[in-house]
Design a protein around this ligand. Structure first.
Ligand SMILES: *Cc1c(COP(=O)(O)O)cnc(C)c1O
Length: 354
């Protein structure tokens, strides 16, 4: 391993002893992971907590999906796969397309029509994926993909692929490595429920390895219009502005519920209004632009803090799962208007109310 601090070490190299790789596994990497854990000073002060933001949007394709994809595609390459496939609300397809291109594999992506943020679609197409948009929701897209891989030699890279979970658990390792201990709480958005499952696995493995002496309470948040784990049954027509978590029947729902209950945490819902409020708040007071789904963790943090849920001065890590630039349309349509101005000094000054 290089000790050059300017080299971002591939996640597989950094955490090799904890990962299902061997010397024979080709390392298909875009230098993912090693993302910043930023202290949110103003949120901390406001809420009476020690709030940290895990900036997963700073991964190579702009979301945490890269952590899982480096392992899934590397293992696929080791096993001789020449093509990968996924159903996606967007970020999985962006990551799959990028890592497949890196590995010299074909990539097939099945997305729900019209519900993919512009940046994510741009990524999948530009990396050369074959993109099919089905007239249906994510859950239907995933059913199609499951049937395709049963019948054709393509590697599935959705988070039902266990290698995805193995990669994504390294987010938990990094948090412990950065804090020197596990946080008291982890706030995380929940869609298909792979990531909360992965973080919980990561914290437990690190705990067993003696890297931390406690475990966080896993505090997951779904969007109110797509909250099957809160309602206790699948949601036929999930609806939310946070398209990355617009999922009505999470593949790892049982594991997510177990993570919440085993850790003394919870899974609750936040409304789109709360999500957009949190999205604008974290961008305006912490300089951190995340995508709407990511802001579900902040919305949950603010809501539960308002209810007095967290012990004063607790350490809370919010996982900001994807970058705000993924979804410029939502940023612009929910934001303030641009003011037009003539090219005239006095009028510009007047408009600026300086
Ligand atoms: C995939 C994704 C999620 C949801 O993660 P799950 O593992 O499906 O629960 C949340 N936020 C963003 C930005 C995502 O891309």
């Amino acid at each position: 391993m290089s000790s050059n601090p300017l080299r971002r070490v591939p996640l597989i190299e950094r955490y090799r002893p904890f990962l299902p790789v061997s010397e024979k596994t080709p390392v298909i990497s875009l230098a993912e992971g090693s993302t910043p854990l930023l202290k949110a000073n103003r949120l901390s002060e406001r809420l009476g907590l020690n709030v940290f933001l895990k900036l997963e949007g700073l991964n190579p394709t702009g979301s945490f999906k890269d952590r899982g994809m480096t392992i899934a595609v590397s293992k696929g390459a080791e096993e001789g796969a020449t093509a990968v496939i996924c159903a996606s609300t967007g970020n999985t397809s962006a990551a799959a397309a990028a890592y497949a291109s890196r590995a010299g594999m074909r990539c097939i992506v099945i997305i729900p029509k019209g519900k993919i943020a512009a940046g994510k679609l741009a990524q999948a197409l530009t990396h050369g994926a074959r993109v099919l948009a089905v007239d249906g929701n994510f859950d239907q897209a995933l059913d199609l993909v499951r049937r395709i891989v049963e019948n054709y030699p393509v590697q599935l890279v959705n988070s039902i692929n266990p290698y995805r979970i193995e990669g994504q658990k390294t987010g938990a390792f990094e948090i412990v490595d950065a804090l020197g201990e596990a946080p008291d709480y982890l706030c995380i958005p929940v869609g298909n429920a792979g990531n909360i499952t992965a973080y919980w696995k990561g914290f437990r493995e690190y705990h067993d390895a003696g890297k931390c002496s406690s475990l966080p309470r896993m505090t997951g948040f779904q969007a109110a219009g797509a909250a099957p784990l809160v309602e206790g049954h699948p949601v036929e027509e999930p609806e939310t502005i946070a398209t990355a978590i617009r999922i009505g029947n999470p593949a790892r729902g049982d594991e997510a519920l177990a993570a919440a209950s085993d850790s003394g945490g919870l899974i609750e819902a936040v409304t789109d209004e709360e999500i957009i409020g949190a999205y604008r708040l974290v961008a305006s007071v912490e300089g951190t632009f995340c995508e709407p789904a990511s802001a579900a963790s902040i919305a949950g943090l603010v809501k539960k803090a308002g209810e007095g849920h967290f012990k004063q001065d607790s350490t809370v890590v919010c996982v900001l799962t994807g970058h705000g630039l993924k979804d410029p349309d939502t940023a612009i349509s929910t934001g303030p208007e641009v003011t037009s101005a003539p090219p005239d000094f006095d009028q510009v000054i007047k408009l600026l109310k300086l």
